[in-house]
Design a protein. Structure first.
Length: 362
């Protein structure tokens, strides 16, 4: 069986360093591993509309932004198909058939949907399109016969629901769809990077992110004003490295080479942490080091982004071609789905013959 990757993002804003360590970096490694036959990344604009119906302009403005972030991080369009969800109408068609295999109460029990309903204040009036977006996500995944779906932990309920739909479809109509597996980030630090303010999550609405597109100066300013250990008041005070986002970011980004290059008095992060815990190590010093590490990491990404920002027609061509290829695959699967259900009337010569015979016998 072919090994196929599908994953996606809602185009609701530029991507930040949490996205980078949590998923983009891994996607690039998977892409370059040579272990996969087909790779798709979906810009989930239709899904983004399920909770942004009143603001399509936000989606419209962020499609290219997100592609720029992909290309900047090393997504290579000759290996990975980047495509736009709404331009593949077969995904909507599949969703409509799959909806019959899912109950409303099952959707209401989906933990991610539940959380998001609370977060968005939808409790008393859930948009129907929002409630069913897990089914549309199942269409995204199965249309490409994806075997592997690299996602964050918050997306596990979506993969579960997809598996149930695949099982139900195959049982009801015959073996057609492929059951996907989620691929989670290996490293817990990377799967959820805290915000600059110490909040558990880096999120646009909290304004506590470092974006991949931030300038050198902005990154430096953000890092120098980061939340650290509130009990570490004087340099000589012993400090805490847990729940201290400066150290969490170092856990996620710094390598031993960074010590050789920027802080040679320490061999590695363990030594730096030991010193901080004992006392005698100031926040300014570790922030300056973190800034060096982040500039080292984001610098090359920003450079690539700047290149693509000046070549938007090429970016347009990349997603146009990616979308065309994705659509061909989705059409093929949709044809198989309709054949399995026996509703492919115009591709199935037997259907009309059977209808005639039925009346001949009467
Ligand atoms: N729900 C995902 C998110 O919010 C985006 C997404 C849409 C996706 N379709 C997908 C992820 C298919 C993986 C597979 O981040």
């Amino acid at each position: 069986m072919k090994k196929i990757i599908l994953t996606g993002d809602r185009p609701t804003g530029r991507l930040h360093i949490g996205h980078y360590v949590g998923s983009l970096k891994k996607r690039v490694e998977l892409q370059n591993s040579g272990n996969y036959d087909e790779i798709y990344i979906e810009i989930a604009d239709a899904q983004a509309l399920t909770d942004n119906a009143d603001n399509p302009e936000k989606i419209r403005q962020n499609v290219i932004e997100i592609v720029l972030d992909y290309l900047a991080c090393g997504i290579d369009p000759s290996k990975t198909n980047i495509f736009v969800q709404s331009a593949v109408p077969e995904l909507t068609e599949l969703t409509f058939y799959y909806l019959n295999l899912v109950t409303v109460s099952r959707l209401e029990r989906n933990p991610t949907v539940k959380d998001e309903i609370k977060l968005r204040g939808f409790q008393t009036s859930i948009p129907a399109g929002f409630l069913i977006y897990p089914v549309s996500q199942a269409a995204d995944i199965t249309a490409f016969k994806a075997t592997t779906v690299p996602v964050g932990e918050d997306q596990l309920p979506m993969i579960e629901q997809t598996k149930e739909i695949v099982k139900s479809f195959n049982n009801t109509y015959g073996n057609t769809l492929v059951k996907p597996e989620a691929l989670l980030p290996e490293n817990e630090t990377c799967s959820r990077l805290p915000g600059l303010d110490g909040n558990a999550k880096m999120s646009k609405s909290l304004g506590n992110c470092i974006y991949l597109s931030d300038s050198k100066e902005v990154i430096e300013k953000k890092i120098m004003s980061m939340f650290t250990d509130p009990t570490h008041l004087k340099i000589s005070d012993p400090g805490h490295t847990e729940n201290n986002p400066v150290f969490t970011y170092l856990d996620a980004f710094c390598k031993d080479e960074h010590f050789t290059k920027y802080l040679p008095e320490y061999k590695n992060l363990d030594e730096l942490k030991d010193h901080y815990r004992k006392g005698g190590l100031g926040d300014m010093k570790i922030k300056r080091f973190l800034n060096d590490v982040m500039q080292d990491t984001i610098g090359p990404i920003r450079e690539k982004r700047n290149y693509w920002e000046k070549h938007i027609p090429e970016v347009y061509q990349i997603i146009k071609e990616g979308t065309n290829k994705a659509r061909q695959k989705a059409i093929q699967t949709t044809n198989e789905v309709k054949a399995a259900m026996g509703i492919n009337y115009f591709e199935d010569e037997n259907w009309i013959k059977e209808q005639q015979e039925k009346f001949n016998q009467e």
